[in-house]
Design a protein around this ligand. Structure first.
Ligand code: HEM
Length: 180
């Protein structure tokens, strides 16, 4: 049951998940792209809705796709961009708060709760990784090495894990509610 996950979150901090080298790689690459997070966010979410069109339904008012599965011009790019930027800033904040365990996890858990209220499941969130990796490559170019990708992947799945702690789902709900 989903309830069994509660209470685990304080023990596994991001700092404990990452090696010192991975921590450094995330901090260095975050510094490289910190002024580019809104652009990165848009690249990521444009890709996400093109590769996972069934998930656009959780943003019914803001995301419109055409028959070729591309974002339409009347998509509300401002709202889409705001969410995209928020996601990227959350990843950045996770890395910046590496040395202050505990505080950030509570915020992420609350974000998980609010996603559940919008019918966003943990599996939907996990599906963002390929698009995030694609966007990181577009922005970091040669600096996006395999090692950097591995470090960011850990940060991302750490966030997913803590968002999930805020989602009071049964295992059956997790398996069936993502529409895949
Ligand atoms: C690590 C990944 C993600 C993070 C950190 C994140 C964070 C946030 C935050 C901070 C908000 C606004 C505050 C709130 O309502 O809690 C938000 C809103 C929202 N998120 Fe996410 N999000 C993530 C992934 C996703 C994904 C993959 C989806 C869809 C499949 C999604 C769907 C939504 C929706 C529908 C809203 C409401 C948008 C609105 O009406 O303005 N999120 N997200």
């Amino acid at each position: 049951m989903g309830n069994a996950q509660k209470g685990k979150c304080k023990k596994d901090s991001l700092a404990a998940w990452l090696t010192p080298r991975q921590k450094l790689l995330c901090q260095e690459t975050l510094e490289l792209m910190k002024d580019d997070l809104p652009r990165l966010g848009l690249i990521v979410f444009t890709r996400f809705f093109e590769t996972e069109p069934n998930l656009k339904r959780v943003f019914p008012k803001i995301v419109k796709m055409n028959d070729s599965n591309q974002l339409e011009l009347d998509t509300d790019m401002e709202v889409l961009g705001r969410h995209a930027s928020t996601v990227m800033h959350s990843l950045g904040a996770a890395v910046e708060s590496l040395d202050h365990d505990g505080f950030f996890e509570g915020i992420i858990k609350n974000i998980g709760q609010s996603h559940q209220r919008r019918n966003v499941t943990p599996r939907m969130i996990e599906k963002l990784w390929p698009s995030l990796s694609y966007g990181l490559k577009e922005v970091l170019i040669d600096s996006y090495t395999k090692e950097v990708a591995g470090a960011w992947k850990k940060v991302f799945f750490y966030l997913c894990r803590h968002m999930k702690y805020g989602m009071n789902l049964t295992e059956d709900e997790e398996k069936t509610s993502d529409g895949s």
